[in-house]
Design a protein. Structure first.
Lengths: 52, 319
């Protein structure tokens, strides 16, 4: 017989903090996307030319 | 003075049991990145970037600084992950996110590795492969060489480990020029020689903390007297080294005067630490040197920046 999976119920504070972390990750990813977009526009075709 | 055996130094105390549910807030993750250390890293990298010969688009410069800041944050997070056991023992660090239980060690390690990977990759793709390689080396040096290898084994830990904190201006320079040069090496040298008197002044104040955590800082294994002597010796080397950007790097007269005056004051404060009678007098002198050392480094780099902004003050066209 399959065992019942153990579940954890988060407290309201844990839920609130998890939501804050998720928003921060989303914002960071958004900034990264915008940054790549702007740099691509700035570099134009030179985006593939990277000095060592 | 406390005797610490080599075996003791290498042992890590057990941490709280894993598997706790995270209650970490965004602020806890920011604290994991050591924002105060990061601010000095970003500033010195900014100066390296600004005084380097050549042009860099402001957005690319911002990207480079962002990557350097995040890379420094990743090194800080991985340092806190590895040192969580001794951080829990030391008063100064006991409230950090991992020892206080707000972030689990696994979360900190994952956070640090992710930031490190992203910062290096983005710097390589958008700015410069050399700058990215230097950033990767800096993170590696701080985490593996300093934190894992040296910190618990030798009182020379912060002398050698100081190289990691000294690299950011070279990274900034490399982001613009795609190379390293004597001028950027001189900036590295100043921070490298600045680190021992800066940290040993702090460790004089926290010797008991370090002894309890069995970290072989110089005051713990060699005593405060030898530490004060070493502080003076390193400061005597640092002050002339502070003048090298004028002698070899093309910095201007304003920089030379500032570096000479600031270096003389640094020597005076180091000498005051050496001559302090002990007790509260020694603590006051060490605190004074520690605080001033930050101002010293900031001032030297700020003047380089000012001279770059006002070319008439500089001896040469660049730096």
């Amino acid at each position: 017989m399959a065992r019942e999976p153990e579940r954890v119920t988060l407290t309201p504070e844990q839920l609130r903090r998890r939501r804050a972390r998720s928003i921060a990750i989303a914002l960071a990813l958004g900034v990264l996307v915008i940054l790549f977009y702007i740099v691509t526009l700035i570099k134009g075709p030179g985006v593939l030319n990277r000095p060592i | 003075m406390t005797d610490i055996s080599a075996v003791d130094r290498r042992q890590k105390a057990p941490l709280a049991p894993p598997g706790l549910i995270s209650e970490a807030g965004v602020g806890d993750y920011l604290a994991l990145m050591k924002p105060r250390v990061m601010s000095l890293v970003v500033f010195t990298a900014f100066v390296g970037l600004m005084i380097a010969p050549g042009h860099i688009h402001p957005v690319i410069a911002f990207t480079a600084l962002l990557c350097i800041a995040i890379g420094a944050g990743s090194a800080g997070a991985l340092n806190m992950w590895y040192d969580a056991d001794i951080d829990a023992i030391m008063t100064r660090t006991a409230s950090r996110p991992i020892p206080s239980g707000r972030i689990t060690p696994g979360e900190a390690a994952g956070f640090g590795l992710t930031l490190g990977g992203f910062s290096v990759a983005v710097l390589a793709l958008l700015v410069s492969w050399l700058a990215a390689a230097l950033l990767a080396f800096t993170i590696f040096f701080y985490v593996v060489v300093y934190t894992v290898w040296l910190k618990r084994r030798t009182p020379q830990n912060i002398v050698i480990g100081g190289a990691a904190g000294a690299l950011p201006p070279m990274i900034g320079w490399a982001a613009v020029t795609g190379s390293v040069s004597l001028e950027s090496f001189l900036l590295f040298l100043i921070i490298f020689l600045w680190t021992p008197p800066h940290f040993w002044a702090l460790s004089l104040l926290r010797a008991d903390d370090y002894a309890r955590a069995r970290v072989p800082m110089l005051p713990v294994v060699a005593g405060p007297q030898e530490t004060r002597r070493q502080i003076v010796l390193y400061t005597l080397v640092l002050a002339p080294a502070g003048l090298t950007p004028r002698l070899f790097g093309g910095a201007g007269v304003l920089y030379a005067v500032t570096a000479a005056a600031a270096g003389a004051l640094m020597i005076a404060l180091a000498w005051r630490v050496k001559r302090a009678p002990g007790g509260e007098g020694e603590a006051r002198a060490a605190r004074g040197l520690f605080s001033y050392s930050i101002l010293y480094l900031f001032t030297l780099f700020a003047v380089l920046l000012v001279e770059r902004g006002l070319p008439g003050l500089s001896g040469h066209a660049v730096m």
